[in-house]
Write a protein of this length. Structure first.
Length: 292
């Protein structure tokens, strides 16, 4: 029951996160992601203090795991915030939906018994064709070059996220999800500080929806979302966890349309359907979660 609730919770969070990313980075994308990460890192400290049943492990093997756990946040989230400057939030949700494909490709080389088959390869091709159907006719002429760069950056974000997923599953650490998320967030804070030391000392003018988006992304998206994510990753097969983005793209498209006025036309729906069909084909044998 706990795993089922965690699964449902993370589906809801990931469906709403693309719009939170879009709004929180509207004034300054780097401030948006750095503020979200710092706030999330501060919010998680009391949870570590009150809920943790084991002491923080500062041995080198544990530190290596913390560094690996920071890859989806420092690499993946930072790249996605940059991409969100030029892409609708629904497109971000669709691109992030490619996570199962990238995870499956990496698992093929890194995890035993996770080999790509002809069926999975067909699913990859269908999903990629769906992305072309979405993007090719809907790029804005005056911003096409930057939008293409943003699509590439969003796919790089997926690579980071998938790589971290596979490595954590391969290491299979006996570290609590709470400790993993806390360490990963603080490593990311340090990374953002090294990237741009003065970012958080120069606050842009934020509208109310942008401020609320940062708080939502930090508290629900970062703290609760990544706690559920690493909890599932410890109890469920890596590719099964990556299946979650199969469910979220359609919801992300609708949320972006309803709350941000993003365009939904026939090519977007057709491409999104192809992406989902490709992902379902890729994961056709998924019949349920495997509990440990």
């Amino acid at each position: 029951m706990k795993i089922a609730l965690a699964y449902l919770g993370i589906v809801m969070i990931w469906a709403t996160t693309p719009l939170a990313v879009k709004w929180s980075g509207e004034s300054d994308w780097l401030f948006g992601v750095a503020a979200r990460t710092l706030l999330g890192a501060l919010l998680i400290v009391p949870f570590v203090w009150w809920l943790s049943k084991q002491r923080f492990d500062w041995q080198w093997p544990a530190i290596k795991v913390y560094l690996v756990a920071s890859i989806p946040i420092l690499g993946g989230m930072t790249a996605m915030y940059w991409a969100a400057q030029y892409l609708p939030s629904g497109w971000i949700g669709i691109l992030f939906g490619m996570t199962p494909v990238m995870t499956g490709i990496m698992a093929h080389y890194c995890l035993p018994n996770s080999r790509l088959t002809l069926r999975k390869s067909l699913g990859v091709l269908i999903s990629l064709a769906g992305l072309v159907v979405i993007f090719a006719p809907n790029l804005r002429e005056q911003h096409a070059q930057m939008q293409l760069a943003a699509i590439a950056m969003a796919l790089l974000s997926v690579v980071f996220h998938s790589y971290g997923t596979v490595l954590i599953k391969r290491i299979n650490p006996g570290i609590s999800a709470l400790h993993l998320v806390a360490a990963a967030l603080w490593i990311t804070v340090a990374g953002h500080f090294l990237m741009a030391p003065m970012t958080l000392f120069h606050w842009p003018d934020l509208q109310l929806h942008q401020t609320l988006a940062i708080f939502y992304a930090a508290s629900v998206g970062s703290v609760l979302g990544f706690m559920l994510y690493f909890y599932l990753l410890k109890h469920v097969d890596a590719i099964k966890v990556a299946l979650i983005p199969v469910i979220t793209p359609i919801f992300a498209l609708l949320i972006g349309h309803w709350f941000n006025g993003e365009v939904l036309n026939a090519t977007v729906w057709l491409g999104a359907a192809m992406v989902v069909i490709g992902l379902v084909t890729f994961e056709w044998r998924f019949k349920g979660l495997k509990y440990r």
